[in-house]
Design a protein around this ligand. Structure first.
Ligand SMILES: [Zn+2]
Length: 453
């Protein structure tokens, strides 16, 4: 399509026209999962958002011209701790979580990136990068550790709009006695006991987390590439540190040209955190809800906006998909989607705008002919929904609701107890709660039955 793509570039804090370095070789790097625990719904957001960006880039430049790299962090302190806590080996743990992560990506109907490199396969590149940084005097060795010396890089803080002076003054990082300055960050650290290790000129150890993205993006995309993405929580210090390492070792003015970050997800307006006990794992939805519903919900807010995750959102998205399936016709030919329709996505991935257009296309299809229906389904397919046949969807719907059967029965029992205690207010509340989750209950002859609405 002849139109331009616009993205919010956090490097300059504004929406900018996307101009690739080379139209035939677009490079996009997105920070992937640290495989210590099963992915949660917050992890699902960048998976879907950058999948949409991948699709948009492919639409404009062609499949062979887009190189999307998403790494897998399979060595990290969190992994070591999680393996210990679960009494399992690191390799068994990472193998299991990588499998679950892949299942989750399929469940959310995300396309595979062009490459999914693992950190542990690229440690030799990281060792080389550290050696070069030491030679160039950007890094120093102390007590089997290697640190990057932040004050040697003048542009440090540019991405996150932080000033080095403020960082030093407000530094909450525990100051290690090995560091010259509190803001310096680790490139290499020694491994103790049975921690995983690699041999290096600085002793047996392992790389610091930030380094892997610098090393693997260089290997797959070159010293300078187009788009770097990830969650907003990675902007500082992770992305700031990636820029510092990469630009210093490569001696370049630029690392990635466009920095795109997705915002957080809150759970019923509360921050999702382990301490809040509200971490929602993607896999826990598999028995209750179709992946397309989750996907639509994840696209319902613009990627720069906080997305609030709640039962109403999921119920609305479920009803929408259900309604849309009423006009479903399998797309017969590989016809191309109309360019006009994609303008919303070209404009900084405006997914809510695209969904609003889908509602209009649905109305047209609902009152129109088979061709209108096919155009509608094609437009849905572009963002990864209505890809399953109607039969498959109905089949799923019959068996699945937003709540497991076990939980439904538990709720009914609670409701019956409330009724016995004449607490009808509570009983009604439980009934409404179940209805919100798509479960209709009926009382007949002293018995309560339920069905999926
Ligand atoms: Zn990264």
């Amino acid at each position: 399509m002849n139109k331009d793509i616009f993205l919010t570039n956090n490097l300059r804090n504004k929406k900018e026209k996307f101009v690739p370095i080379n139209e035939k070789k677009i490079g996009m790097y997105v920070c992937g999962p640290t495989v210590y625990d099963d992915p949660h719904i917050g992890n699902a957001r960048p998976l879907v958002i950058f999948d949409i960006l991948f699709k948009v880039l492919i639409h404009k430049y062609g499949k062979d011209s887009v190189n999307y790299v998403r790494n897998i962090t399979d060595v990290d302190d969190k992994i070591i701790k999680s393996a210990q806590d679960n009494n399992t080996s690191i390799s068994d743990l990472t193998k299991k979580i990588i499998k679950n992560f892949t299942d989750d990506c399929n469940f959310l109907n995300c396309e595979n990136p062009s490459h999914q490199p693992r950190a542990t396969d690229h440690v030799h590149l990281m060792i080389k990068m550290i050696s070069d940084l030491i030679v160039k005097n950007f890094a120093y060795i102390n007590n089997n550790h290697v640190y990057f010396q932040v004050n040697k890089f003048n542009d440090y803080g540019k991405l996150s709009n932080k000033k080095l002076e403020d960082l030093i003054a407000g530094s909450r990082v525990k100051i290690s006695k090995n560091k010259k300055n509190p803001e310096d960050f680790v490139l290499w650290k020694p491994s103790i006991n049975d921690e995983p290790f690699w041999d290096s000129p600085w002793g047996r150890g392992r790389p610091g987390w930030h380094l892997e993205c610098s090393a693997m993006s260089k290997f797959f995309l070159g010293k300078e590439f187009d788009i770097h993405g990830g969650g907003i929580d990675l902007l500082f210090p992770h992305h700031e540190n990636e820029i510092a390492q990469s630009r210093c070792v490569n001696d370049t003015e630029v690392f990635a040209n466009y920095w795109v970050h997705n915002a957080f997800i809150t759970i019923s307006n509360e921050k999702m955190a382990k301490s809040q006990g509200n971490i929602l794992k993607i896999k826990d939805y598999k028995d209750k809800i179709n992946g397309q519903v989750l996907r639509l919900a994840l696209m319902s807010a613009h990627y720069k906006q906080t997305l609030d995750w709640n039962d109403k959102l999921l119920n609305d998205c479920k009803n929408t998909i259900e309604k849309w399936y009423t006009v479903y016709l399998p797309p017969k030919t590989l016809s191309k989607i109309s360019d006009d329709l994609l303008l919303t996505l070209y404009d900084d991935l405006n997914t809510p705008g695209y969904i609003a257009n889908l509602h209009k296309l649905f109305d047209k299809a609902n009152n129109g002919d088979d061709n209108d229906k096919k155009i509608f389904v094609l437009a849905c397919n572009f963002i990864g929904i209505l890809n399953e046949s109607k039969i498959k969807w109905l089949d799923f719907k019959k068996k699945k609701s937003l709540i497991s059967e076990k939980d439904i029965l538990k709720k009914i029992e609670l409701r019956n107890k409330s009724r016995e205690n004449r607490d009808y207010k509570e009983a009604d509340k439980i009934r409404d709660e179940l209805l919100q989750k798509g479960v209709l209950i009926e009382d007949k002859d002293g018995k309560t039955s339920w069905k999926i609405k």
